[in-house]
Design a protein around this ligand. Structure first.
Ligand code: FAD
Length: 320
């Protein structure tokens, strides 16, 4: 009997948030007296998979019998269901991200499992299986008790700090009998994301909104980000207007990030934006309107024009 956890990777490099999911699953396994089986599909080096042992995986179930791309969510659901049946699992963990949102509900339906999305805590097993979860786009918390025999948990990335330990994971092949319908999505083309720091992994983020007035002013955001070694992000209207690429958009309909520092320049702080960033450890808001709602969520606020404040902040960081 194992806790099953889905591992995501980009061209063979396991994502930081998946190490976090494995660590989370392994704590549940310890609490419930079982082991942790991490499920990896596709071309990933053995050394990379073994690193999962440092975050609590006892074994890795490796699926290699079909070339799967990350958009083929039905195929991933089939993989998790196969792994869960083989391991007689009572708990299946995915991330609450674009992939987990498409995969976990399918798994829950097939296994007749209760599902908790947006998980922010380990389950309290003294009270059943009570998990704190994000509700109403992060505006509230709910505590839900999953009472079904099998439970599917979707963890919000960047909820727990990673703690690396010495551990080893045994690697086993997992054979999955796919059906044609599992591969209904074909990838036509891939636009590779450039940039040195992936937004989801960044500890520091500088983000811009409509207050920047246009893409021609984005150098102000990039200069500060460069000085800080930060990633860049934006509000949704900015991505919709093609000032910035869509993968930088954070919020209810974009990415969820929890960096140590989130600097929001010229962003009003609508609830849909806060849904993606309110877990940041420190929030700094720069806005010319002292009544901007973002100030209520901020640890530090600067009332001023981004065109003046950003260059001065960049200069101050440069001198520091
Ligand atoms: P605005 O609301 O136009 O705010 C611009 C801010 O910049 C203002 O506060 C203004 O005072 C300030 N400003 C202007 N000029 C300057 C200056 N020179 N110096 C300093 N400050 C200045 N939004 C998201 O971001 N992410 C989401 O995922 C998302 N999902 C959504 C989902 C749904 C279903 C809906 C209905 C909306 C969603 N939105 C989302 C949109 C959201 O409601 C807001 O409209 C959006 O976040 C506003 O973006 P903004 O703050 O950049 O722009």
């Amino acid at each position: 009997m194992s806790v099953i956890v889905l591992v995501e990777h980009t061209e063979g490099i396991i994502k930081k948030k998946s190490f976090e999911a494995v660590q989370y699953a392994s704590v549940i396994a310890k609490k419930t007296g079982t082991t942790t089986a991490a499920v990896v599909a596709g071309n990933v080096a053995e050394s990379e998979m073994q690193a999962l042992g440092n975050y609590g995986a006892d074994k890795v179930l490796h699926v290699t019998n079909y070339k799967i791309n990350s958009s083929q969510h039905r195929a991933f659901a089939r993989i998790l269901v196969t792994a869960a049946k083989q391991e007689n699992s009572a708990v299946i963990v995915t991330l609450h991200d674009v992939n987990g949102r498409a995969i976990a509900p399918r798994v829950a339906v097939v296994l007749k499992a209760g599902l908790v999305s947006g998980a922010l805590s380990l389950p309290d097993t003294d009270k059943g299986f009570v998990v704190k979860k994000s509700a109403f786009s992060g505006k509230a918390f709910a505590f839900v008790n999953v009472t079904s025999d099998i439970k599917v948990v979707m963890l919000i990335p960047n909820t727990f700090p990673l703690v690396k330990t010495e551990g080893t994971a045994a690697i086993e092949k997992l054979d999955v009998s796919f059906e044609d319908k599992d591969f209904g999505v074909k990838v036509v083309s891939v636009d590779k994301i450039t940039g040195e720091i992936p937004l989801s992994d960044a500890e520091l983020v500088v983000s811009g909104g409509r207050g920047l007035k246009g893409p021609e002013n984005w150098g102000l955001i990039e200069d500060l980000a460069k000085e800080l070694g930060a990633a860049t992000a934006c509000s949704r209207p900015v991505a919709d207007a093609h000032w910035r690429p869509h993968h930088e958009h954070v919020g209810q309909t974009g990415g969820t990030i929890r960096p140590h520092l989130y600097i929001a320049a010229g962003i009003s702080g609508a609830i849909q934006h806060l849904a993606g960033v309110s877990g940041s450890k420190t929030i700094v808001v720069i806005n010319k309107d002292p009544e901007a709602p973002f100030f209520k969520a901020a640890n530090y606020g600067v009332v001023g024009d981004v065109m003046e404040v950003l260059p001065r902040l960049t200069e101050a960081v440069r001198k520091f």
